[in-house]
Design a protein around this ligand. Structure first.
Ligand SMILES: Nc1ncnc2c1ncn2[C@@H]1O[C@H](COP(=O)(O)OP(=O)(O)O)[C@@H](O)[C@H]1O
Ligand SMILES: [Mg+2]
Length: 333
């Protein structure tokens, strides 16, 4: 008996230790870059998404959303940087990443003569689901996406909303813990959009982690816990929709000009918890800072106290609120 209770108390210690440990992000974009020739489609993007969170990825056309999502879905590889899913790298462990995530692309493959059940069944087999397991997965997904009544309907006869549901169904057939949804609401009528929003929320409430993109902030505002605003390959703002609407952005791009020892300043910045994505270009150091104006003032004070030769320090010209307005108008680059 004594042994058993010792084991029990050890177990509860392990449990309490676990609950004290900082949670590992399910999606961890780490300084992701993807260049196509001279096009910097993704230019140093870092952010994290925690379990059960819906993270909205918002930016105008050509911002780099699809490129970064495709890298996360292991369909492309980064020029630099990495992306991790449950701690597994898309570069070093693509198989483990693939098993954990479902990707819904922004276009729908053409399988006009196949019906909904056959389509889902094909993907279930491709994921190695067999027998009862496959039947259960199919029934679950068709129920969840309300495709039960459409099982025998050929894809060519589906409305845009039905196709989107089918495509969502396909991306979740292997019960992944992460869903990457690229512009799922594009072209949907208001009713289909509301249904999609409800499905995404329900998935997140059941513990799925979701990255969803759009070029229209308002389209995602109600379903997202946090959003990131991306433009020209750079993440300009991250926060809750309310924070972004109030202009209280949790990340800010800062540019500093340093007259000497630029490398030492960069190393000093790298060691701080509130600074990310440092880039050095001659005397200029650009970085992303997590915090509001008072924290930026404190950072500048510390840099001066450290006796760095700071000649300029400021938020990059582009106002984040302007970016927000620009993005919400869906301006095409
Ligand atoms: N395979 C490719 N070859 C060359 N350029 C590409 C390729 N894929 C994307 N791009 C370019 O990268 C940029 C980002 O594109 P994309 O990620 O599709 O943006 P978004 O999904 O935000 O609209 C665009 O300028 C696009 O033209
Ligand atoms: Mg896209």
């Amino acid at each position: 008996m004594g042994g058993e209770s010792r084991v029990k108390s050890q177990e509860s210690r392990v449990k309490s230790l676990k609950s004290e440990m900082p949670e590992q992000p399910v999606i961890d974009m780490r300084r992701l870059h993807r260049f196509f020739g001279s096009t910097r489609a993704v230019n140093d993007i870092s952010f994290e998404v925690m379990k059960g969170e819906v993270f909205g990825y918002i930016g105008p056309n050509g911002a780099g959303k699809t490129t970064s999502m495709r890298i996360l879905a292991t369909l492309d590889i980064p020029t630099y940087g990495d992306a991790l899913v449950d701690g597994f790298s898309v570069i070093n462990d693509p198989d483990r990443v693939r098993r954990r995530l479902g990707f819904m692309p922004d276009y729908f493959g053409t399988y006009a003569d196949v019906n909904c059940r056959e389509y889902l069944d094909f993907f279930a087999r491709a994921y190695g689901l067999r027998g009862n397991e496959r039947r259960r997965a199919l029934a679950h997904v068709m129920g969840f996406t309300k495709l039960d009544g459409l099982a025998e309907k050929p894809i060519r006869g589906l409305s845009k909303g039905m196709k989107q549901r089918l495509c969502l169904g396909r991306s979740m057939i292997h019960d992944p813990s992460v869903l990457i949804l690229d512009e799922p609401a594009a072209g949907l009528d208001p009713r289909a959009r509301i249904e999609l929003r409800q499905m995404i929320r329900e998935l997140a409430d059941n513990g799925k982690t979701i990255l969803v993109s759009s070029h229209i902030l308002t389209e995602l505002a109600e379903m997202c816990d946090r959003v990131g605003i991306i433009e020209r390959g750079e993440l300009l703002a991250v926060g809750t929709v309310a924070e972004i609407q109030r202009g209280q952005i949790t990340h800010c791009q800062i540019k500093a000009r340093v007259l000497e020892n630029v490398a030492a300043v960069a190393t000093w910045l790298e060691n701080r918890g509130d600074v990310e994505s440092i880039r050095v270009d001659g005397q200029l150091i650009r970085f992303s800072h997590v915090g509001e104006s008072d924290a930026q003032a404190a950072l500048l004070r510390e840099m001066i106290l450290a006796e760095f030769a700071i000649a300029e320090f400021g938020i990059e010209q582009r106002s984040l609120e302007d970016v927000f307005m620009h993005v919400t108008r869906g301006v095409v680059q």
